[in-house]
Design a binder for this molecule. Structure first.
Ligand SMILES: [Zn+2]
Length: 586
């Protein structure tokens, strides 16, 4: 990884207005620049760029960040590539990488990997159409995959060997082939990683070959084998079929489980279809999908494992802001088989009839329960309440509680009460806090004052060293009730102790591993409230410290109450009474 100093240098030499202007038209408006957001569709500009702070924020879709996260997002690049991209742009000399990031990746090295994968794909394709490829061709005939589709998806056949020698002839060395997933090393030298397999090339959205999935032909284990991750292939961020699906410009995508499902649907003209690659569906996958569509219909295998996989994928899709439906097929184990038996029209009908994701989850817990039995009915209502309580907005929870109560003959009031109990909203004086990492928008009442206070404190700490040391006498960081805010607190305090000043745009860079966190951190610093007079501001901030501490104690008291820990309740109560509304002056 590059040192923080290098990253700060590069970032400060890459002016955000200048860089972003190459992607969009920006108009100056006061201290800020405004433009049409490149990340969501809009007619009036809500995308704001702050030159003084070197951050951007979209009031429409909530996207925020610094110049590095902008490049990551718009160019669809991982962090190190975005750094390289910005450095190339201004002729900035990056030092040689050491440590963790050392093996990754000059653009040159990456291009070599792309090139090798492209050669390999051609090699496998030629095998398939040759005499040798007969067994694999027969398998595809049997699966009714026509020739046009085989070519379109670049399907191939790995015979008993030959790729290693072929690539060595092309000038790649053994170490490269082993490291990048083409070959394995055994006692008798190196040999092909994939043997006797139908090969599915994995192609990224820039139409580059980045890996393979291989299905065994005939007997053997494992049934599916994938390329390992390399500097160009990250499974948790790659979706099979996305290179084609994105071209449809459809706003609804179908999410399936396997390579064959993608191909089978594509062949019958349902082209906005993608699959995660032999790994669980991740939050990254969901966020990538959100760039290309608004709604997802999950169409997984109909067995129990498939249902479980659906339920695991839902929270990620929901957190990414996608509309979600679930299509559950009866009488076939997977979509490919369903198509073979019932045909395209039947599948289209099923997709049209896909059920809402909350309904799907409730139906899944309803299954196998006898609702005439009181205990089973109660546990059903409780589980339904858990599902509904995960919804972000009160309006959503309210309307789902109503609809699901009617549909499944539960008492609407008791369902709503269960939901409220789960959310901890039992009394009027309690201020509910959502502690999930992804959520900075704490729930209604408390939220605004609390998060405003927390943000203000962090912004002022980063700007003023006196204030920073004062705050650390009162707060430890955990009071922010949010992992990311606590981290930012620690980063600022440590930098200050080392006599260093950090600006918001640089703190954002430190969260390179997690796009979502980067965005959250940018939000803290992007639009601090302007207060004309610094002494007024300091008084105001001292009061913010009080608000944060107060809320934190309230929350602790709530937990202690739930646990029936009377001693703790007393202790916290005393501490809370002793809080001063204006704890210090700077
Ligand atoms: Zn936007």
């Amino acid at each position: 990884m590059y040192s923080q100093d290098v990253l700060e240098d590069l970032r400060s030499q890459s002016d955000i207005v200048e860089v972003l202007s190459q992607y969009m038209t920006l108009h100056q408006k006061g201290a800020n620049h405004m433009g049409l957001c490149p990340f969501h569709r809009e007619k009036t500009p809500s995308f704001s760029v702050s030159a003084p702070r070197q951050l951007f924020h979209c009031f429409g879709c909530g996207e925020s960040g610094n110049v590095i996260s902008f490049i990551m997002k718009i160019e669809n690049m991982p962090f190190l590539d975005a750094i390289k991209f910005l450095a190339d742009r201004i002729g900035f000399r990056l030092p040689e990488l050491t440590g963790r990031g050392a093996s990754i990746t000059t653009t040159e090295e990456k291009n070599r990997i792309y090139e090798a994968y492209q050669h390999a794909a051609r090699f496998y394709y030629n095998n398939l159409i040759s005499e040798e490829g007969k067994p694999c061709g027969e398998y595809l005939d049997h699966r009714k995959i026509d020739y046009g589709i085989r070519r379109k998806f670049g399907l191939g056949y790995a015979t008993k060997g030959g790729l290693t020698e072929f690539l060595i002839d092309k000038g790649f060395d053994e170490a490269f082939l082993i490291k990048n997933g083409f070959s394995l090393e055994g006692s008798r030298g190196i040999y092909d990683r994939f043997r006797n397999r139908l090969m599915f090339p994995i192609i990224d959205v820039q139409n580059k070959f980045i890996g393979f999935g291989g299905r065994i032909i005939g007997e053997g284990e494992p049934k599916y084998l994938n390329s390992p991750e390399t500097p160009v292939f990250d499974k948790s961020r790659t979706l099979y079929g996305l290179n084609f699906a994105r071209l449809t410009k459809k706003r609804t995508f179908i999410l399936v489980e396997g390579y064959m499902d993608v191909i089978a649907l594509y062949q019958v003209g349902i082209k906005s279809v993608v699959a995660a690659l032999g790994t669980a569906f991740t939050a990254h996958h969901a966020r990538i999908l959100k760039r290309y569509c608004d709604h997802v219909i999950i169409l997984f295998d109909s067995d129990e494992a498939g249902t479980k996989a659906v339920i695991r994928a839902i929270p990620h899709l929901y957190a990414a802001g996608l509309g979600i439906k679930v299509c559950h097929l009866e009488d076939a184990k997977d979509p490919d088989e369903f198509l073979q038996v019932f045909g395209k029209d039947a599948l289209s009908d099923e997709l049209m009839a896909a059920v809402d994701f909350i309904d799907f989850q409730i139906k899944a817990v309803r299954k196998d329960r006898n609702l005439d039995d009181t205990a089973q009915r109660i546990s059903f209502i409780k589980e339904a309440a858990v599902i509904i309580s995960r919804l972000k907005s009160p309006v959503e929870r309210e309307s789902y509680a109503r609809d699901m109560a009617a549909k499944y003959a539960m008492g609407e009031d008791s369902l709503k009460e269960e939901v409220a109990a789960i959310l901890g909203n039992t009394g009027n004086d309690f201020i509910a806090v959502d502690f999930s990492r992804a959520n900075l928008n704490f729930t209604p009442a408390q939220s605004k004052a609390f998060s405003d206070a927390a943000f203000d404190i962090l912004v002022t700490m980063s700007a003023d060293s006196n204030f920073c040391s004062k705050v650390t006498e009162y707060l430890t960081g955990e009071e922010f009730l949010d992992e990311t805010l606590t981290l930012v607190f620690n980063i600022i305090t440590q930098a200050r102790q080392a006599g260093k000043e950090l600006c918001g745009a640089d703190i954002v860079t430190m969260f390179e591993n997690d796009e979502e966190q980067m965005k959250k951190v940018a939000k803290i610093f992007v639009n601090p409230k302007e207060v004309a007079d610094i002494s007024t501001k300091k008084v105001a901030i001292a009061q913010q410290v009080y608000i944060v501490k107060e809320t934190f104690l309230q929350h602790k008291i709530h937990i202690a109450t739930k646990n029936g820990d009377n001693e703790m309740i007393m202790k916290l109560g005393t501490e809370r009474k002793g809080l001063k509304i204006n704890p210090f002056t700077v």
